[in-house]
Ligand binder design. Structure first.
Ligand code: UFG
Length: 330
């Protein structure tokens, strides 16, 4: 199939490009490289440009006879979205609406969209099923929910076929060790803890240890990036049947910040100093997926079942790329 991957030079998108290529698809990547890296693109044809450029997107859809779009390009930091909501409405809502219009104009009818557990806000019931109310508590989650609703409306009105995949905490790196997580500046837990192990930071600050959780620190459902991508591949195949999908992608297991730090100590065999700081605004205490629907409807199960297995792949990447992709250019 001819597939356009928007944001394919980013963390999750680059792992997706590799899997699509290995599955025999023809991949075209559109990325403005604002947060992505050309070095992360290991297959397909990279076009550097902006998805808000409707003429460019329409040209790509037509010239490459694109049949499906996978859309990873977004701003995805909860805290930043509170401080700078305009950036999130612009990049996550307006840009995606431009994309949907370009697809409509070119009669491209299939899209896999990166949604998030942040659309659930502070869930009443954990593990979270897809039936949980979607009441986001920050602009990031809200912008993703707006697009989920737009996809439903486009589907009803124009016959668009979509999968909205609600990620929990993506983590880890390619087992080959050549592509992985590189955010500038880094804000995610596992890369930061591994930077302490590498001696690049003095310690990890735990954002609060007085939450109502077993050890007082926040609990999250960490899922390996390759497991996420496998689910995307299966979702893409399912779109062929004409179904729309809204699925949680997680492992169903939650781990606290302290448990993750301890797993990082085991994997790296390094002392990792921790300090306890203030709670981070916008953090829900506990987010764990009920992934049954994705398990059953996609016949999918994550291969990486423990934080240790996930962190081992992240560690292999960070050790060989202490400065992320910048390490490759030296
Ligand atoms: N944390 C710390 N110290 C740090 C960094 C993180 O204690 O230095 C904690 C956070 O408070 C949180 C957990 O580690 O409890 C995980 O934090 P991340 O920043 O790694 O990930 P988030 O859970 O905040 O964010 C993830 C995705 C977002 C998505 C969000 C949904 O990265 O894209 O889940 O809540 F929106």
């Amino acid at each position: 199939m001819n597939i356009l991957v928007i944001g394919g030079a980013g963390y999750i998108g680059s792992h997706m490009v590799r899997q699509l290529d290995r599955a025999g698809h023809n991949v075209v990547i559109l990325d403005n490289l604002s947060t992505g890296f050309s070095e992360a693109v290991t297959a397909g044809q990279l076009i550097v440009g902006d998805m808000q450029d409707r003429a460019l997107v329409q040209r790509i859809l037509g010239d490459h006879q694109i049949e499906s779009v996978m859309h990873f390009a977004a701003c995805a930091l909860v805290g930043e979205s509170v401080i700078e909501p305009a950036k999130y409405y612009q990049n996550n809502v307006l840009a995606t609406l431009e994309l949907l219009e370009a697809m409509r104009y070119c009669s491209v009818k299939k899209i896999v969209f990166s949604s998030t557990c942040a659309t659930y806000g502070q869930p009443q019931i954990v593990p979270i099923t897809e039936n949980e109310k979607q009441e986001p508590v920050n602009p990031y989650g809200f912008t993703k929910l707006v697009i989920e609703r737009a996809l439903e409306d486009y589907s009803l009105a124009y016959g668009l076929n979509f999968a909205a995949l609600r990620y929990f905490n993506a983590a880890g790196a390619s087992p080959e060790g050549d592509i992985g997580e590189d955010h500038q500046p880094e804000s995610h837990l596992i890369p930061i803890v591994l930077q302490v192990a590498l001696g690049q930071r003095e310690n990890i600050t735990i954002f609060g240890d007085d939450w109502e959780t077993p050890d007082g620190t926040c609990v999250r459902d960490y899922i390996h990036v390759d497991d996420l991508c496998t689910a995307h591949l299966l979702a893409l195949e399912r779109l062929e049947t004409g179904d729309n999908l809204k699925l949680n992608l997680g492992t169903g297991n939650g781990y606290s910040v302290r448990q993750i730090i301890e797993s990082c100590r085991e994997v790296t065999d390094c002392d990792i100093a921790e300090v306890v700081g203030e709670r981070r605004p916008g953090d829900p205490p506990k987010l764990i997926a009920d992934p049954s629907l994705a398990n059953n409807s996609l016949d999918w199960a994550p291969k990486y079942q423990s934080p240790k297995a996930i962190i081992e792949t992240a560690w292999a990447w960070h050790k060989t790329h202490p400065n992320g992709y910048e390490s490759d250019s030296k």
